[in-house]
Design a protein around this ligand. Structure first.
Ligand SMILES: Nc1ncnc2c1ncn2[C@@H]1O[C@H](COP(=O)(O)OP(=O)(O)OP(=O)(O)O)[C@@H](O)[C@H]1O
Ligand SMILES: [Mg+2]
Length: 274
């Protein structure tokens, strides 16, 4: 028997409800064939803010982002972006509305140059001056890309490829960016660099962000609000400051204690969250 989702207490729900969210996901259910990967998820991104979704492997983080960006259709529920229903719109329509997706594993085009990859991000635009100006801004945010503009993107390091994937999405002039594990496979130094750029894009370019991460420490330090996802369901929702204080988060996501049989203990601990 599937268990019902754990309730989120009233004060927390109130806290997460913004007056004018740029993104409002309501009770979505997404399937792969008969497998239900997202089991009734609701979340919000307040305009101008960074929101994090934490969760272990297979929790459904990527599936949520793909459902928002239109790569997958939810069977139930709705996605509202900037006041408009976008569930069941095509992904390219959604990009044109100003919602950029930096996918898991970067997915840059390795045989194209860095510049050609960036121009792919601007496919929906015809304001040539604006595109040129945004390229200039990217050179400011990512000086390493400027130096390698005419090289094949496949020759870039993992960190540089992540910068390129974020820049490519930036070229679509997003109001909201979905970031799928930007820290994946990067050294601690590069992780810090990527996150500092994410903060700058938020603060200086005013881009709202929905950030999916397994690196809980960086995500909670960067975002204002956070959700914890387990097996397709939200089990916690709160401000990042409060999430960082939570004993469950400290033990299972910030490694405060050695959790030997991590999976098993996480399930036991879930009871505390109900
Ligand atoms: N193409 C697919 N076909 C069938 N099942 C899938 C497919 N992609 C993902 N799943 C399943 O859906 C669930 C959620 O997967 P998802 O990729 O969204 O998790 P995730 O939280 O992003 O994990 P990770 O941290 O490993 O990236 C998992 O059980 C996964 O095995
Ligand atoms: Mg994933």
């Amino acid at each position: 028997m599937p268990r019902s989702p754990p309730p989120i207490s009233a004060p927390e729900r109130g806290h997460m409800s913004a007056a004018d969210p740029i993104l409002k996901v309501s009770n979505i259910e997404t399937y792969y064939g008969r497998i239900m990967a997202v089991r009734g998820v609701s979340l919000e991104v307040p305009r101008g803010e960074i929101v994090a979704v934490l969760g272990a492997n297979g929790a459904g983080k990527t599936t949520i982002l793909k459902t928002i960006s239109g790569v997958l259709d939810p069977l139930k529920g709705s996605v509202e972006f900037d006041g408009l229903r976008i569930d069941r719109l095509d992904p390219d329509r959604i990009v044109r509305l100003g919602l950029g997706h930096v996918p898991e594993g970067r997915e840059i085009f390795p045989f194209l140059t860095v510049e050609e990859n960036l121009m792919m991000g601007a496919f929906a635009r015809n304001d040539r001056d604006g595109v040129a100006a945004d390229l200039e801004r990217i050179h400011g945010f990512f000086p390493v890309l400027k130096a390698r503009l005419h090289q094949r993107a496949g020759l870039l390091s993992g960190g540089e490829q992540q910068m390129l994937a974020i820049s490519r999405a930036f070229m679509g002039r997003p109001k909201l960016l979905l970031l799928d594990e930007p820290s994946l496979g990067l050294s601690p130094l590069l992780v810090r660099e990527i996150f500092s750029i994410i903060r700058r894009l938020n603060a200086e370019a005013g881009i709202s962000m929905l950030l999916v991460e397994q690196n809980a420490k960086m995500a909670l330090e960067t975002a204002q609000h956070g959700y914890v996802l387990e097996v397709g369901r939200i089990v916690m929702a709160d401000s990042c400051a409060r999430l960082m204080q939570s004993q469950d988060i400290q033990e299972f996501y910030l490694g405060a204690k050695e959790a030997g049989a991590r999976g098993e203990r996480r399930w036991k601990k879930r009871k505390v969250w109900r």
